[in-house]
Design a protein around this ligand. Structure first.
Ligand code: FES
Length: 197
């Protein structure tokens, strides 16, 4: 074998080794980057999402997506909170004891902080999305004694402003309260229960 041929074979071997090393480094870097910035796929699979509620005015509602579900955040006024007591004897499960809900949902306001309702906006009957009927009275096509809440157009289930279902409705349970915790006064982490954090 000539010296020239040995040199060229050695050079080819060195190049191949370097290339393989480069691939290994790149492959190792990808999961590291992924762990720093959760992808949309990770969010869909259940990663918690942060909701910025800093601009939500009293009486307004915003929607964020968590695990592919709409999560409503309603900033309730004192009047809205007062309406919950007025309908207490008309809702089917006032303290949310008949369904699996976080402990902080097992009361009238069904919230960590009474002012903010955080609830999954999916009807517990067959999964339709209830409509906002937030204004009291018949302005939005509800009965005159309506105190404000949500109405599922699919089969007529009615919910109050805490997502509690009224008696004799197709929906069997109150709307689901997701796990969530406050990161600050204006930021909510949805998908993580304070007990497990
Ligand atoms: S899906 Fe809401 S009442 Fe049937």
């Amino acid at each position: 074998m000539s010296d020239q041929k040995v040199d060229s074979e050695r050079r080819a071997l060195i190049l191949a080794t370097s290339a393989a090393g480069g691939v290994a480094v790149a492959a190792a870097a990808v999961p590291f980057v992924a762990s720093l910035a959760p992808s949309e796929r990770a969010k869909a699979a259940g990663a918690p999402v942060v909701a910025d509620i800093g601009k939500l005015a009293p009486g307004e509602k915003m929607v964020v997506k968590w695990r592919g579900k709409p999560v409503w955040i309603l900033r309730r006024t004192p009047e809205m909170l007062a309406s919950l007591e007025k309908v207490a004897d008309r809702v089917s499960d006032p303290a949310s004891e008949k369904s699996d809900q976080p402990d902080y949902a097992k009361n009238t306001a069904r919230a960590v902080k009474d002012e903010y309702l955080v609830v999954v906006g999916i009807c517990t009957h067959l999964g339709c999305s209830p409509s906002d009927k937030i204004k009291p009275g018949n302005a939005e096509g509800m009965p005159a004694d309506w105190q404000g809440g949500f109405f599922c157009p699919c089969h007529g289930s009615q919910f109050d402003l805490a997502g509690r279902v009224f008696k004799a409705m197709p929906a069997p349970t109150n709307l689901e309260i997701p796990p969530y915790t406050y990161l600050s006064d204006t930021s909510i982490l949805i998908g993580e229960d304070p007990k497990e954090a």
